[in-house]
Design a protein around this ligand. Structure first.
Ligand code: AMP
Ligand code: GLY
Length: 421
């Protein structure tokens, strides 16, 4: 079959790589893709939000199955358009993707589904919010309602941080609604579930590293690395999370007439004290797609055919697929450009990938890469590459990943050294 993947990051590279290895796939296309993806897929130059062009191209090429990577394509309604045209697609409709695109909506659904989550209030104006912050004090978490590429969340640990957060929320972020949450403590885990509208199947749990610097210092980023499976939860806890934090969401979404299919990513805060688990586990947020860089760590361990899973999600296969995972664990390290996340430097040359490719047990996925006029590989954004290492244990996987990372050169690059440590 012919498949189309929508997106251009390392997550989409991992999806294309995984689909290309399926004996059921004859050809992979990717729109718009990147130079790394070009090694496993034919690139189509449509932006991820060009819904009409994507649909038209899928028809012309006779695409059997489309997989959507980024939330921007979901918000643009690509799944609605493909579904209306009778084309199989993996991802939620625009209405179902509101679980990610609106924090206030997500909270409303969590309450209706009785999902354990932080207590919250929604505010519509700055004076109202200022009063609440002054009365309540720190710590508190303020979240802009709507997609803000990870920049809309302010974890306030000290009251002196309130004014700057409010300035950003009501200034550049133009928030019309702000969700204020109680501050939770613990460690974070990303549990991603495949969903077909009525049932869920858990993928192997992962966790990512959101802060720029080692030991979780510095600003929040899209994620500087990940490991899979996450040693932070047990199989029993994953089953509890499925029962309390994923399955009830599908029930409520179905009852509301907006069934959820695609990948439901529950971002969880897990208490470090085992005595407080599983009951103390709380949902921080939902994403309605595979996580980046969690996807790269997860898919590199998937041993069963990804097409069976994708078809089940898209409603093209009734039989529930049984997922199999490689016994090796994976560690995924992000190589970001100088200046990331504030002001990533673009146009710097990336070298050493040929040597990195020789490191056993590793695979490099491209994100913000491009070719300059002379054909050199250059960085064109923040997170540039992700390097996955696989190994019998975390330390082996980690050394493999860093061995490949250290062979790659990008001037002023930002890399965390403690992923999987
Ligand atoms: P979100 O986009 O809602 O997942 O928030 C981004 C990051 O902010 C999370 O990954 C957490 O590190 C942090 N965060 C969000 N909500 C809370 C909360 N209620 N308590 C503590 N930290 C939080
Ligand atoms: N790694 C976090 C995300 O994909 O949103």
């Amino acid at each position: 079959m012919k498949v189309l993947v929508i997106g251009s990051g390392a997550r989409e590279h991992a999806i294309c790589w995984s689909l290309a290895a399926s004996p059921r796939v004859s050809k992979v296309y990717c729109a718009p893709g990147n130079p790394g993806i070009a090694a496993v897929a034919e690139l189509i130059a449509h932006p991820v939000t060009a819904v009409a062009e994507l649909l038209d191209t899928a028809g012309r090429l006779g695409i059997d199955l489309t997989v959507v990577g980024p939330e921007a394509a979901l918000e643009a309604g690509v799944v609605d358009a493909f579904t209306a045209a009778g084309r199989a697609i993996v991802g939620p409709t625009k209405a179902a993707a509101m679980l990610e695109t609106s924090k206030a909506f997500a909270k409303e659904i969590m309450i209706a589904a009785n999902v354990p989550t932080a207590k919250h209030h929604v505010f519509h104006s700055r004076p109202e919010l200022e009063r609440h912050c002054a009365e309540h004090g720190a710590p508190l978490v303020l979240k802009a309602d709507g997609l803000a590429s990870g920049k809309g969340v302010f974890v306030i640990e000290d009251a002196s941080q309130f004014p700057a957060a409010l300035d950003s929320l009501f200034g550049p972020l133009k928030a019309e609604r702000v969700v204020v949450e109680e501050f939770l403590t613990g460690v974070e885990v990303s549990c991603i579930f495949a969903a077909n509208g009525s049932e869920v199947i858990p993928l192997a749990p992962a966790h990512d590293y959101k802060r720029l610097g080692d030991a979780d210092q510095g600003p929040n980023t899209g994620g500087m690395g990940s490991v899979c499976p996450s040693p932070r939860i047990t199989e029993q806890e994953l089953a509890w999370i499925q029962e309390h934090c994923a399955a009830p969401i599908l029930t409520v979404m179905r009852e509301r007439g907006t069934p959820f299919s695609g990948f439901l990513y529950a971002g969880l805060m897990v208490p470090t004290d085992p005595a407080k688990r599983p009951d103390g586990i709380r949902v921080l947020e939902y994403n309605t797609r595979l996580g980046d860089p969690e996807c790269q760590a997860i898919l590199s361990r998937l041993a069963s055919d990804p097409v069976d899973l994708m078809e089940w999600i898209a409603g093209k296969r009734a039989e529930r697929p049984k997922l199999a995972w490689r016994s090796e664990v994976s560690t995924c390290v992000v190589v970001a450009s100088d200046g990331y996340p504030e002001a990533p430097v673009k146009g710097d040359q990336i070298t050493g990938l040929d040597l990195a490719a020789l490191v056993p047990g590793t695979v490099v996925f491209h994100a913000a890469t491009s070719r300059d006029s002379r054909g050199n590989l250059v960085s064109v954004g923040g997170r540039t590459l992700t390097v996955v290492g696989l190994g019998a244990d975390y330390s082996t996987a980690r050394s493999a990943a860093y061995k490949a990372v250290d062979l790659i050169q990008l001037r002023g690059r930002r890399v965390r050294r403690d992923i999987g440590a």
